[in-house]
Structures are given as C-alpha cells and as structure tokens.
Design a protein. Structure first.
Length: 335
C-alpha cells in the first residue's frame, strides 16, 4: 500500500510517502516564526502550513517522480491540535484524495505517537505507553494495537510545556527542551530540592505547574547567571524524571495487583529525545526485565511518518471518511 500522509497539528509541517513498512520520503519543516514569541501562535502556524504544504508536496512528487494516481490512500492528522492548522492539513489531503479519486483516511495524532514504536520494534503486550509531548503527558495501557486505554494524564501542564515554560523563565531559547538538557549537563542536579506534585497519589496522573511556579520564585530571588541556570536546569530535569519514574513504578505495581503483568514500555513523543530521561527509564525497566522501546529519531517529535504508519496499519476501505471533521480535542477511543 502506498500512502501519502500530512501532519499539521501544531508547528511542524510534515509530509511522508510510505510504502508498506518503508519510508520512501519524509520531510518536516519546523516553523521558526514562533521562537520570537516564546511559544506557538496558532494564527501564524496555520498561515505557515498553508504556505509550505503545497510547495513541499510538489517538490516531493517531483523529486521522487511520483505518479499521484499510484497513491492508494491520502491521510492526514485530524486532531487533537490547533484547529486552524488541522483544517489546513486535512483539507489539503482531502482535496488531493478527491482530485485523484482515492480514499481519505483521518488519523488521530495521539495514535500516531502511540503506535510509532511499532514501526521499528516487535511490541510485546501488554504494553505501557508513555506519551510525553508539548501538549500531552499520558500513560496508556495497550493490550494490543486496537485496545488502547488511557490510564492517567497530566492535570495541568504537559511535560514538554513545563520544559518550555522553565526555559522561558531562565531566558533560554524556544523550544526549551534541548536548551534545558544542554544547560543541565553542566549543572549540579542536587542543587535545588524542587516539589514533586501528586507523586504520592494513588493514580496515574501527573502535575507539573507547581514545579514551574516554584522555579519562578527561585528565579526572582536569584541572579540569572550561568551557574544558577545550569544548576536549576539540572535540578528541574532530575525532578521531572523522578516524577515520571515514580509514577510508572507505582503504576506497574498497581497493574500487577490487578493481574496485568506489563511486558514492555514504549516512550513516545518529542520529550523521548531527552537523553537524561531516557537513561533513567532504561535503568528502571532493565532492572525489572521489561523491554523498553523508543521510536526512530524522525518519528519522535511531530511528524507525518507516524501518521502514514497508522494509515498503513489501520486503513479500512469500507469506511468513507472524506467528510470526517477535524477535532481539536479528539480522544483515543477503544476500537
Ligand atoms: Zn505530538
């Protein structure tokens, strides 16, 4: 099956041509316009998708000598995400589908992240899926790839959002995740004892906003010199990873008591790029003899390859999805 997929849920314009389980071509354009605003501006994101999408698609078809009539399905992210951005990508994909008289397949962005590790790993079930992005922090239980249940999520900021907000407080560049990691590598992670909200609660939920507020107070009391930034970045990164590790560890025990013995963990989303958090997770799960999977590098942050992959796995020719409306709050439903 030859699939052309589009991802435009936030500030990455991404397209991918995938044949079965092979990426033929995958291009992602990260919008830089938002960096001067310190965060994504929805209206600017939609306009930028509109400008880039056509140019990128024409270029890809030309370079790969693609006959669009040979494409079997046109797929696009239909939520969750910024509604204007979702409308640009999905309408563009639907227009191509109508032009070439082919089916359109709507993809849930979260399902794209969740299934991303199955592209390069043979998943052992039941699988725990840890989704860490700028918009979501969630834990899913996957009994198989069609049985995906949300166990818990953040009740306020997403983990990637917390990284960005702390980076902004420390006057680092946007997006903040990689900047904090760089500064943290030179700092002392035991410099500051930061709060770990919800860590002792008997559920799978996270909270990161209190951590950010505490850091804001520390920033106001101290000089923003290099040592302070490095030490605070290291302490913040350590605290975030402790929160994640503790919740997962307790979650595994809870599931075990219910008779569910987890065989593997998938860590997906942009924050899975963070080497410090990866190492801590690897240590915990290796000790417990549970396999741990990460997506391919190009399938970690928002990307169209994971959208194409969901289409390859789940396209159903009996459904007519051309009228599927994008939904900014689309959820994962059990199928
Ligand atoms: Zn995402």
């Amino acid at each position: 099956m030859l699939v052309f997929a589009i991802e435009t849920s936030c500030d990455e314009t991404s397209i991918c041509l995938m044949k079965n389980n092979k990426i033929i071509k995958h291009i992602t354009h990260s919008q830089e316009i938002h960096s001067i605003h310190g965060g994504v501006v929805p209206e600017l994101a939609s306009r930028s998708h509109l400008e880039k999408l056509q140019e990128m698609t024409i270029k890809l078809f030309k370079e790969e000598d693609v006959n669009p009539y040979k494409i079997d399905v046109f797929a696009a992210t239909c939520g969750p995400g910024l509604i204007g951005s979702l409308l640009v990508g999905s309408t563009f994909a639907k227009s191509l589908a109508i032009s070439y008289n082919k089916p359109f397949f709507p993809v849930n962005h979260l399902e794209g992240h969740i299934l991303s590790t199955s592209f390069n790993n043979n998943i052992k079930y039941p699988n725990l899926n840890l989704l860490l992005t700028g918009g979501h922090t969630q834990i899913y239980l996957m009994k198989n790839e069609n049985n995906i249940r949300l166990l818990g999520e953040t009740i306020d900021d997403a983990v990637g959002e917390a990284f960005d907000k702390v980076a902004k407080l420390l006057e680092l560049k946007y997006p903040g995740g990689s900047e904090i990691e760089k500064k943290a590598s030179k700092g002392n992670e035991n410099s500051y004892n930061l709060p770990k909200p919800l860590i002792n609660k008997n559920n799978y939920n996270f909270s990161f906003s209190g951590l950010k507020t505490h850091i804001n107070l520390l920033v106001k009391k101290n000089n923003l010199n290099e040592n302070f930034i490095q030490d605070l970045s290291a302490s913040f990164q350590k605290t975030v990873s402790q929160i994640i590790i503790t919740k997962l560890d307790k979650g595994l025990d809870k599931l075990h008591k219910k008779g569910i013995s987890i065989k593997s963990l998938s860590v997906v989303g942009g924050v899975s790029n963070n080497n410090y958090i990866r190492k801590k997770l690897e240590n915990l799960f290796e000790r417990k003899n549970i396999e741990i999977y990460f997506p391919l590098k190009e399938m970690m942050s928002d990307n169209a390859a994971m959208i194409a992959w969901v289409c390859i796995k789940k396209f159903d020719s009996s459904k007519k999805d051309i009228f599927f409306k994008p939904d900014s709050r689309l959820q994962i439903k059990n199928i």
